[in-house]
Design a protein around this ligand. Structure first.
Ligand code: UN1
Length: 514
């Protein structure tokens, strides 16, 4: 199958014998020898690409390349590394439509959201370029005469990035663009459901590297494969940091494996995000925010809204509004103009959605809308669904699980304390929101006694975070923070330096040793 946007991104040359490269970098595009797999488009169920898993020998050579690239890369001035990222950002701008088309084809995102994802990458480039001149440490006073202390942030080493299908470019870009300015080579293992997106990103990096011969070419590599490949990366001491995005179950394995060798992991795992809608809320705004957060990306964002916690006095009104807007959402092929809800990623995901709906019913839930397969003028091979609205008790066990599909649970509350307790009672802790016109409620929600999530919003939805803030969450979400704010520190090592510029050798804590 050939697509114009794939040739625009240089991916034609990355295919040999009908198979895409298992290892792709500025210098290599090789297919593996191990077992193979097919990538299907969720839009139609058609096979769009064939890959072979990277072999352990290939991974070894990738790791060695990253290690030697680090030796050179770490000594370059950070603003020069920033210049590379600036060029990557400009190329992503130039090829924005083609990159978005890859996301739509492979991950089933509607065009607007796919463009938005590429924009996240572009934005994080701009952010990282600025950072490349601001990787600053502290200067600290010393207790000893003639001494000074300071703190520096230095490049860490090769960073492994393991990413999921639902943000097949943005999540890598948060890690890689910051990693690059921090002086770290990146080895990326994308989801087996979205390896084409990774090859497209690598092509863009290659184009930028082409214009800067002073940058070592081994700083960016993609390795394609499954669980064993991920496991081998996690076990390898030469990756001081593994940044992984995906399910909580996957994150536990990564944390245990990387932790056993005392490496660091940066985890961005499942969410079970809630929105409290207070009696004072602007229901027009709340309704719009709920619809975007709950059905955007067909409910397959880690920040997707899964639980609405509505006050008893407005729950009927709010539910009626949602029941009115849900049927008008255009479900269809994500490349078609006007589509708002594309397909689920695959049949497995559809089955999980069905199982969760059955569990919800068995646990006393009432399906008020949707939840079934949608087959009206959509390609047969895709798993299109009508987003579900389910009224259920807040403590039904299924409500405490993350189902990666558009199921919205409607829960009720009476007092704000109760609503906050419901927000916090699930194991996950990624994103949360409150809709209220009351300053007291809003401030309580974002305070120490409020939401326990990494993201707590007021009068906006749970999804669609900007790159400028630190992104991530607590508890089963894994505790990592990526993207904006001071997340760059994850990609560097801190050194504390005490400098004696006096002529004596006083010891700290007043110790006399003579
Ligand atoms: C994810 O689903 O893994 O806040 C990331 C958002 C996006 C990122 C989601 N900016 O919804």
């Amino acid at each position: 199958m050939s697509y114009e946007f794939l040739s625009q991104l240089g991916l034609d040359s990355v295919v040999s014998n009908g198979q895409y490269a298992s290892v792709y970098s500025a210098d290599t595009a090789t297919a593996g020898t191990a077992a193979g797999f097919e990538v299907t488009s969720p839009n139609t169920g058609e096979v769009i690409a064939r890959f072979k898993d990277a072999s352990s020998e290939q991974l070894e050579s990738v790791t060695q390349t990253a290690v030697s690239a680090f030796e050179e890369f770490k000594s370059l001035p950070a603003p020069l590394r920033g210049e590379l990222v600036r060029r990557i950002g400009n190329l992503a701008r130039e090829h924005k439509e083609a990159l978005a088309a890859v996301i739509t084809l492979e991950s089933g995102k509607i065009v607007q959201e796919a463009l938005g994802e590429v924009q996240e990458w572009i934005d994080v480039c701009d952010f990282a370029v600025g950072l490349s001149r601001q990787l600053h440490g502290l200067s600290i006073v010393s207790e000893r005469p003639g001494h000074r202390m300071m703190e520096q942030w230095l490049p860490l080493g090769p960073v492994a990035v393991i990413s999921a299908f639902n943000f097949p470019m943005a999540v890598w870009s948060w890690n890689a663009m910051l990693g690059f300015v921090c002086g770290d080579p990146i080895v990326w293992k994308p989801s087996e459901k979205s390896p084409l997106a990774a090859l497209a990103c690598q092509s863009i990096v290659n184009m930028a590297l082409e214009t800067m011969p002073e940058i070592p070419r081994g700083i960016s590599q993609v390795v394609v494969g499954g669980r064993e490949l991920g496991q081998a990366i996690c076990e390898d001491k030469r990756y001081p940091l593994v940044s992984a995005t995906g399910s909580t179950a996957m994150g536990r394995k990564v944390a245990a494996t990387v932790g056993a060798r005392l490496g660091r992991s940066l985890l961005e795992l499942g969410g079970n995000n809630a929105m409290i809608v207070s009696p004072t809320a602007d229901l027009d705004l709340a309704q719009r925010a709920i619809v975007f957060s709950a059905v955007g990306t067909c409910g397959q964002r880690c920040t997707s809204l899964r639980r609405v916690i509505a006050h008893e006095s407005i729950v009927e009104d709010l539910t009626a509004r949602l029941l009115k807007s849900y049927p008008s959402l255009r479900i269809g092929h994500p490349a078609e103009q006007g589509t708002l809800v594309g397909p689920l990623i695959d049949e497995g995901s559809f089955k999980q959605m069905q199982a969760s709906i059955e569990a919800a019913k068995a646990q006393g839930g009432e399906v008020l809308y949707g939840g079934d397969r949608f087959t009206d003028s959509v390609p047969e091979g895709g798993f299109y669904v009508r987003p579900a609205i389910v009224r259920i008790a807040h403590d039904a066990p299924i409500v405490h699980e993350e189902t990666f599909a558009p199921i919205l649970y409607i829960l009720t509350y009476n007092t704000l304390e109760e609503a906050i307790a419901i927000n916090n009672e699930v194991p996950q802790g990624l994103s949360s929101a409150i809709f209220t016109e009351s300053m007291r409620e809003a401030e309580t929600f974002v305070s120490a006694v409020g939401s326990d999530c990494g993201i707590a919003n007021v009068n906006i939805g749970t999804s669609g975070a900007e790159i400028g803030g630190a992104f991530g969450g607590e508890k089963d979400t894994g505790g990592g923070r990526e993207s904006g704010s001071d997340a760059w520190r994850n990609y560097m090592r801190r050194t504390t330096n005490t400098i004696n510029y006096g002529g004596a050798l006083p010891l700290a804590q007043g110790i006399v040793f003579e």
